[in-house]
Design a protein around this ligand. Structure first.
Ligand code: 5RP
Length: 229
């Protein structure tokens, strides 16, 4: 498919930003790697310079598999005190660098690895830009016994929460938990919203990345890659 005003396919825009992110990889460093189809383009590009990095810390089993298949060493996040950069996609990003993430169900590990990094470089095609977060159903990782209670809390905020399925069964995350996808929210104050939902018992991670917003956004457009810092 092509995006509304771009002659390039969405896939081509993802490739462009994935390659552009190499610019932020410091020689000899360990790289924080996110999850998703855009990050897969970055991983493919990273393979081309794998001899110039020490390795990667990964945010999901899927990214770990791809990194290892391309000969990139994957280190345990628990053994890495800090990272110069974390590179990941997003489902939505606003003008402040606030994001919604978790479309690939990896949001918890994404926040953990992002928290190790000095800089979060977000790579997205222009379809992900929004004025206000909430167009994309908000992913929330939850402990299963709390799912109904948390759904009722979202209903009080005007949202509708649905358990994410994989086939006809509830999707199970890399952490053994469940995902609620919440529609009908307009998240006009992302920092306050993230803090509020984080307080609810049974919430593992809310997919609003406001306290850990993007430091830099590489935006894939018809005119090329725009850098928004
Ligand atoms: C995974 C994520 C992804 O970064 C997000 O879903 C974007 O994915 P894609 O690049 O495939 O559009 O948060 O949990």
């Amino acid at each position: 498919m092509t995006t509304s005003d771009s002659p390039l396919t969405q896939d081509a825009l993802k490739t462009l930003v994935g390659q552009a992110a190499l610019h932020y990889v410091e020689p000899g460093s360990i790289v924080g790697v996110g999850t998703g189809s855009t990050v897969n383009k970055f991983i493919d590009a990273l393979a081309g310079i794998k001899d110039r990095i020490r390795g990667a810390v990964s945010s999901s089993e899927a990214s770990t598999q791809r990194l290892r298949a391309l000969g990139i060493e994957v280190l345990d996040a628990a053994e890495v005190p800090s990272l110069p950069v974390y590179i990941d996609g997003a489902d939505e990003i606003d003008a402040h660098g606030y994001m919604v993430k978790g479309g690939g169900a990896a949001l918890t590990r994404e926040k953990i690895v992002a928290a190790l990094a000095e800089r979060f470089v977000c790579i997205v095609d222009e379809s992900k830009q929004v004025a206000t977060l909430g167009r994309f159903p908000l992913p929330v990782e939850v402990i299963p016994m709390a799912a109904a209670q948390i759904s009722r809390r979202f209903a009080q905020l005007g949202g509708t929460a649905r358990l994410r399925l994989a086939g006809d069964q509830p999707l199970v995350t890399d952490n053994g938990q469940r995902i609620l996808d919440v529609t009908g929210l307009a998240i006009s104050e992302p920092l306050a919203f993230e803090s509020q939902v984080n307080q609810w018992p049974g919430v593992v991670t809310v997919g609003v990345f406001a306290h850990q917003k993007a430091s830099v956004c590489l935006l894939g457009t018809a005119q090329g890659v725009q850098t928004i810092a």
